[in-house]
Design a binder for this molecule. Sequence first.
Ligand code: NAP
Length: 487
Amino acid sequence: MLCATIAENTVNEAIRVGRRARKWCNILELRIDCLNNPDRFPELLERLPGPFVATCRSVKHGGEFRGSKQKRLKILSRAARRGVDYIDVEHDVEEERRKKIGGTQILSYHNFERTPLDLDDLLAKFQNEYADYIKISTYCNTLDDAIRLMELEPGGTRPVILLGMGDYGRITRILYRKTHSLMTYGAANPEQPGAPGQISVEELARVYNIQRVDQSTEVYALIGDPVSHSRSPQLFNALFEEHNLNAIYIPVRMVQTSTLPRLIQDIDLEGASVTIPHKRAVIPYLDAMNPYAEQIGAVNTIARVNSRLEGYNTDAQAALESILNNWPGDDVSPDQEKPLEGKSVFLIGAGGAARAVATALINAGADLSITNRTEERGRDLSEEFEARFVKWEDRADVESPDLLVNATSAGMEPIENVTPFPGDWLHEDTVVFDMVYTPAETRLLKEAREAGCDTITGTDMFARQALRQFRLWTGIHVSPEEIPDLL
Ligand code: NAP
């Protein structure tokens, strides 16, 4: 079940937001504590379509109700008498008082600071209490916390709702049907979430299509830190739907690569996109490497092949495709064996993306120079690829290259005002390719255009590398021209 939490301050706003949210969900949670005048909650029952969960949470429990405990419980009894379908009651209300409230009750436990280590004991204790359903919602400080929540077994007869709060907890909210959780909650109004990290109900329904998820849904993930800026969930989930595949793609914020094996096992991961900072660090956790990824020394794609996890890299070919397909003149053709023979390329960066594009550029015959903010990494990469190394502080003096490639995160949100190569250092004959794709128009690209240069966007490459991933996972070929609305 998908429940939309309405946490508005006025009755009119609650009705407006609730009506809009109702089409995405099965049930509405009325956060009576958020209303300026909680006594007016019956108006919501009359003017919104049910079914409903009634919740009146005190400040102590992370809510907004400032009246006495007696008053709070009285509101909940009133809701039960009015036939509200489910009444949410905090676990520390005495059993005798809970019995007096009546109705079908969700016994709820919230912890806004951490996910306790003794979740099993907590759940076992609640299974023996007066309740119809049990809800445990805790703040996840790590991905491990979220995984522990997802691994929790009901351990009794009462159905359970298990949800993680915060960035790390998102996975529990999206994949609730893959766990023992009966229901998930989404914000009716994205501006007014009912809990930290609560995704809007519209996003859960439209982007993740979570009403379709069942035990046999294949799970694909974006693994990295940060992941919230990525457009990959929109793209892949839309492609899965279009091709009628029972699959879901979710962003997973992962700081420690060592959490990967547990994640793979827990959600039965079919495949993944790998991003900053794990492109090299994931390699020891895989069963096999595709030879091209091996040559690059970085993985941006994991695919399950005959139950083995294999590492691939789609960045290199995608970057080269972007360069060749968008090259302004007719002196470069994708059909040539060494299409960039004789072309000078200045590559900025020495991370995973730089490694991938350097491999493709060298294979294509380019004459490569590399610079990087951290000298040692830049020198190491240059040596490995037998490229010229340019010190970071000398990069302005480099002779105008035919192609300049930014493979750093300089200019990527949230540092979009930064550029690795200011516009007044550029010559109009240089083609400028920025791999950064959030924002679509980076400062580097804007200044390059103003300097008269032809430009190639990170969005073009993003589409190409993603569609190669999709093909590796599903065998389906989709061309970039088929997905303009998804980018
Ligand atoms: P990474 O492995 O973490 O490497 C980051 C690189 O950026 C390093 O060279 C780092 O230099 C440099 N850097 C970071 N902040 C900087 C700053 N403020 N000024 C100058 N240099 C800075 O990351 P990655 O995987 O290579 O990704 C790099 C960028 O490429 C990201 O923006 C990513 O989104 C983009 N990318 C795009 C696509 C696409 O499809 N369009 C695909 C892959 C990657 P140090 O060594 O000094 O730290």
